[in-house]
Design a protein around this ligand. Sequence first.
Ligand code: PGA
Length: 271
Amino acid sequence: MQGPAMSDQGAVANRRMLVSGNWKMNHDHLSAIRTVQALGLMASDDDLRKVEVSIHPPFTSLRSVQTVIESDDMPFKLGAQNCHFEDAGAFTGEVSAAMLAKLHVEYVIVGHSERRVLSGETDEVVRAKLDAVLRHRMRPIVCVGETFDERERGSTADRVEAQVTAAIAGLEEEATARLVFAYEPIWAIGTGLTPSVPEARQACDLIRSVVAGLSGDGASRSIRIQYGGSVNPDNTREMLTATGFDGVLVGGASLDAGSFAAIISAAARAG
Ligand code: PGA
């Protein structure tokens, strides 16, 4: 597979920033429609040319958001927050990657820490979901990150390396190249805390080097790595300019169209 063009500095020239809004369990289908329509009015065309944007509503709002995006020709990508690894079967309450692909979903978050912690998702389950998303030609956004205790013990790098390794070991280089990783320190999610720029840069570099070691330099240059955890319009630009990240995964601040549009704009200025 042909990798993206490289500039003199070694940065990837044609890899667009990816700004993703993870709505978690917020917005019913009516408020989802209103929010996407408002975002379509607030986000500038210029920003949306520079930055790719994915919106990840709850399952119950996916169809409504898909219809709004497609009928109004909005430049937003449809995203999901989770999926099951089997295509169909006796799995009460689950939704398969196959079903998401049918709805024109393009990005699926896998291994979000809330699912790892609250729903007991293991690295093996996360890997099976990643495989299912790739099988249906969508792109996984694979979340990795350490807990507060792991950070205090100095084991951030070990944790992140183990999660990245479990996610991609044995995966073809071409498949790995399609991935998005999101570095989300668990202690930073919804707390207003963020890692320092050197800490964030270290985690970003680590993910890229683990991918290079396991899947090759081409894959390592092609993957995109987002930062996630208390992203807001004020910290987006710094997080993107000083660290090597290729975008942000936004929780709380993506629920309001105005603040999400401001984050998109900050990312466009950082790109
Ligand atoms: P937050 O959530 O932006 O509300 O901290 C981020 C996430 O969990 O993806």
